[in-house]
Design a binder for this molecule. Structure first.
Ligand code: NDP
Ligand code: 8X3
Length: 249
């Protein structure tokens, strides 16, 4: 039986992935800050199959404490899904809140590399896999995307760098880069504006959490000689807009 650690499993992609992997017989370590949500998930999926660890992923000591406290059955982690992350705010850089920028960097970058660093020795031992959740925002700029897009560009490039460093170890690394997906992402980004969230997704046929769970499951179950470096996936109804020009006068 294989074991997967999924960060940010209280909602959205992470929670759907926890369900998908348990459904297929995997053990899941589910993390996030909302202990109540994690407990509900473990009750739903079975406590023998789901170990939960509630901590703020920006808290390095709490992260190490949770990893040190893993029960024997959950210690041999085969796959790490670095999913916990967020966007905060949509204001242009000149009006952005610096605290929000730092929170995105601390969560989407610093915590992601800290978790990766902690699990790398075991992943190398087991010839495991690292699946990082990037975003189309890391490749295509949009106004108000500033630091969020920057953090996801980091995820994409860090994933490639890991591939290079891990050459010969058998460890696989994939950056999965979704476009618009209906999760709690926009609620979080807008500090709880449910109308903004509903309006964004209305009529757009967005990506669903299950779509990304299925993508993660496919990548994690590929034959061991294959590495998917990067997957970019968007709703059919989302595409690209052009450049903008600030004209004189
Ligand atoms: P959700 O808001 O639904 O889920 C985010 C998850 O991240 C939650 O489980 C949340 O848990 C966790 N998280 C956030 N901050 C922390 C923290 N400080 N400590 C621990 N856990 C944290 O959004 P998504 O499912 O959409 O987001 C998952 C990933 O997908 C993110 O990295 C996001 O950037 C990325 N993404 C999302 C897209 C979208 O359109 N939805 C598109 C492309 C990428 P809790 O709040 O309980 O701590
Ligand atoms: C989330 C996708 O386009 O809202 O990463 O930035 S987008």
């Amino acid at each position: 039986m294989k074991t997967i650690l999924i960060t940010g499993a209280t909602s959205g992609f992470g929670r759907a992935a926890a369900r998908r992997f348990v459904d297929a017989g995997w053990r899941v370590i589910a993390t996030g800050r909302r202990a109540g949500r994690l407990d509900t998930l473990a009750a739903e999926l079975g406590r023998d199959r789901v170990h939960t660890a509630a901590f703020d992923i920006r808290d390095e000591a709490a992260m190490h404490g949770a990893l040190d406290a893993l029960p024997e059955d959950f210690r041999a982690i085969d796959v790490l899904v670095n999913n916990a992350g967020l966007a905060l705010g949509t204001a242009p850089a000149q009006r952005a809140d610096l605290a929000q920028w730092k929170q995105m960097i601390d969560t989407n970058i610093t915590a992601l590399v800290t978790m990766t660093h902690a699990l790398l020795p075991g992943l190398i031992e087991r010839r495991g896999a690292i699946l990082n959740i990037g975003s189309v925002a890391g490749s295509y700029p949009y106004t108000g995307g500033n630091v969020y897009g920057g953090t996801k560009a980091f995820v994409s490039q860090f994933s490639l760098g890991l591939r290079s460093d891990l050459h010969g170890t058998g460890v696989r690394v994939t950056s999965i880069e979704p476009g618009m997906a209906e999760t709690e992402f926009t609620l979080v980004r807008t500090s709880g504006d449910s109308a903004a969230s509903e309006n964004l997704y209305k009529g757009a046929d967005p990506i669903t959490p299950d779509d990304i769970a299925e993508t993660l499951f496919w990548v994690a179950n590929l034959p061991p000689h294959l590495n998917v470096n990067r997957i970019e996936v968007m709703p059919v109804r989302q595409s690209f807009a052009g450049f903008q020009v600030a004209r004189e006068g």
